[in-house]
Write a protein that binds this ligand. Structure first.
Ligand SMILES: Nc1nc2c(ncn2[C@@H]2O[C@H](COP(=O)(O)OP(=O)(O)OP(=O)(O)O)[C@@H](O)[C@H]2O)c(=O)[nH]1
Ligand SMILES: [Mg+2]
Length: 602
């Protein structure tokens, strides 16, 4: 019988999971000698490649000394933490990567907590030992403290440690050892991760943990075979979370090997496979034997904590840049998204308006970015946290925030976060004048904070946060400190007037940018909004003064990415998103109506 090991690779963002998987693929001999695994091969979709982050967890499988090792690479960004939680239920062990300098970070804590709760066998991998600033000993101590703090069992606290440089393909059991290849890591996986416990002789029992979609075969479920076998063409029952049981048939069975997916006829207990043929398949569903149905416990699906409103674009420039602009098109696209992305939800909240909820700003901006590329045009509103009633009281999401900053800025940061209702939980020196400060903060206080934080730390600070829990709602938090520079005119922005306006704040637009009344063209240096006319040209006189306009030297404008723009806007503002532009505007474009509304406190 084929032997299996099932592992997940978990860590804080950027600690090197995907790079480590590259090397596991390369060194297992899954590829022939001359075949080179592409850098971060598992980050296969466009946005993942561009941003260098993992968005979706993905499977691969390697063969090492006759054992098939199924590996799930998971995303490290906090917005995708719920997915990691589900993936962990499908494996028997986890490689917990920790950056040899950064050490334990918010998402390390999050994934370790989930992993320990499931009783998994951890292997701690201290990665990036090649970094000059690496301090592996301190990092192992931090991990040990974390395990103790999170009530790990004695057995879990006795975790094996492997030191690696994923980038250089090096692993070793002790820092003093000679650099070796990944053999130490492979051997540790084989000896420490338990074999799957199910049996091929039991009735069929699978559970789906991820969804995928293929234009030809339709919805695909990726599932672990816990017991029995599964065959192409087999009749099965799909046991849903609510107890309903739906008859179905496996139309296609797909196995993983290296980066390839291949059609197979049969799979056995212990393996991870993809199944097609059931349009109603969902995450958490069990696939069971109709004659002997034994469904597994449904899965906990993370609830969204943040929402924004996607709406039909109604700006004066609407319809000029995108192709998919109608309410119907947007609704269809959102429906398609939630069909496979179970961490997201949407509902219609008005004519051409849809509230989209997810786990964080990144998750939402990724959807928006994908839609732009598919020729959509729409607007989105400021993110709002989702309030939950618990015991008759309003509760709001809290985050665990870790700040790394040069010491000199810590005072400013602490004061700033105080106004956002953050509570400091620790402050430790990290060497070379760096400080690590940890906070617990209402998620609300973090919306729009990053831009301010980068200014406050002169770009040298690093902030990381991940979901903590729902807690009773606190009072108001401080919002954006600067007003907006709002255009009163339509047409094109002109260098001559931008030159004057730039003395009042920071511009977001360059000359020749199309503008309209109510569009925001910059950030005012003061707290109030300011109406400006960016299209005013120099009075033409008879004397030709050509070149005068060209001679104007504008300060480079601030180019706002989708994320930055979304962080920046306030409740009365919107982002207008088209395939070619991201504009910021007031919800109410008419200046006098806007002022009246502001006065009446609306
Ligand atoms: N110096 C050094 N850099 C590394 C090492 N491993 C990974 N990196 C770098 O760290 C960065 C992040 O690597 P990834 O493999 O994408 O990290 P990840 O954990 O998969 O990131 P997410 O999936 O987004 O959470 C890349 O620039 C890698 O080249 C290492 O051993 N040493
Ligand atoms: Mg990755």
């Amino acid at each position: 019988m084929q032997k299996f090991r099932n592992i997940a690779v978990i860590a804080h963002v950027d600690h090197g999971k995907t790079t480590l998987v590259d090397e596991l693929l390369q060194q297992s001999g899954t590829f022939s000698e001359h075949e080179k695994v592409q850098e971060r091969a598992m980050d296969s979709n466009d946005l993942e490649k561009e941003r260098g982050i993992t968005i979706l967890s993905k499977n691969t499988a390697i063969n090492y000394k006759g054992t098939k090792i199924n590996i799930i690479d998971t995303p490290g960004h906090a917005d995708f933490g719920g997915e990691v939680e589900r993936v962990l239920k499908m494996v028997d062990g986890a490689l917990i990567l920790v950056d040899a300098y950064e050490g334990v970070m918010p998402q390390t804590k999050f994934v370790v907590k989930k992993m320990l709760a499931l009783g998994l066998k951890p292997i701690v991998v201290v990665n990036k030992i090649d970094k000059p600033s690496a301090d592996p000993e301190r990092v192992v101590d931090e991990v040990f403290d974390l395990f103790v703090q999170m009530d790990a069992t004695d057995d879990q606290q006795d975790f094996p440690v492997v030191y690696t440089s994923a980038k250089n393909g090096i692993s070793k059991m002790e820092m003093e050892d000679e650099d070796g290849n990944f053999e130490s890591l492979f051997e540790t996986i084989l000896s420490e991760v338990p074999e799957p416990t199910g049996s091929v002789d039991n009735p069929t029992q699978l559970q789906v943990f991820t969804l995928d979609y293929d234009n030809y075969v339709g919805k695909i479920g990726i599932a672990r075979v816990f017991n029995g076998t599964i065959e192409k063409g087999q009749n099965i029952l799909l046991a849903k979370a609510d107890g309903e049981q739906v008859k179905g048939k496996i139309s296609k069975l797909i196995g993983f090997s290296g980066l390839a997916r291949t059609e197979i006829d049969k799979a056995y207990a212990g393996d991870i496979v993809a199944i097609a043929g059931m349009e109603t398949v969902d995450v958490g569903d069990s696939v069971v034997d109709p004659a002997n149905p034994m469904p597994l416990d449904p899965m906990h699906i993370e609830e969204p904590t943040l929402s924004v409103v996607f709406a039909v674009n109604d700006s004066p420039l609407a319809g000029l840049e995108g192709k998919n602009v109608t309410s119907n098109k947007i609704q269809e696209r959102l429906a398609k998204e939630v069909n496979t992305n179970i961490a997201m939800k949407f509902e219609q909240v008005g004519e051409g308006k849809f509230r989209v909820s997810g786990r964080g700003e990144l998750q939402i901006t990724i959807l928006a970015e994908n839609m732009r590329r598919e020729n959509f045009e729409f607007s989105i509103s400021r993110p709002e946290v989702i309030v939950k009633m618990i015991d008759g009281r309003k509760n709001e999401p809290f985050e665990h925030l870790v700040i790394d900053t040069p010491e000199e800025f810590s005072g400013t940061i602490i004061e700033r976060l105080g106004k956002k209702k953050a509570e400091m939980v620790s402050m430790v020196p990290m060497g070379s004048g760096q400080q690590r400060i940890e906070f617990e903060i209402p998620a609300r206080g973090l919306i729009g904070f990053r831009g301010q934080f980068l200014t406050d730390t002169k770009g040298e600070g690093i902030m990381n946060h991940s979901f903590l829990e729902y807690r009773p709602q606190l009072g108001g938090v401080e919002t954006r400190m600067n007003g907006a520079l709002i255009s009163t005119e339509s047409g094109d922005a002109v260098a001559y007037s931008l030159n004057t306006i730039q003395t009042r704040g920071i511009l977001f637009v360059a000359p020749q940018t199309k503008i309209y009344p109510g569009m925001i063209i910059g950030e005012h240096a003061r707290p109030n909004d300011l109406d400006v006319n960016p299209s005013k040209g120099k009075q033409l006189s008879n004397v030709r003064s050509s070149g005068a306009d060209d001679a104007i030297k504008l300060v480079p404008h601030r180019n706002l990415s989708l994320e930055k723009a979304l962080e920046w806007i306030e409740d009365d503002e919107l982002l207008e998103i088209t395939p070619t532009h991201i504009r910021i505007r007031k919800k109410q474009l008419n200046a006098s109506l806007r002022k009246r509304q502001a006065k009446s406190g609306k």
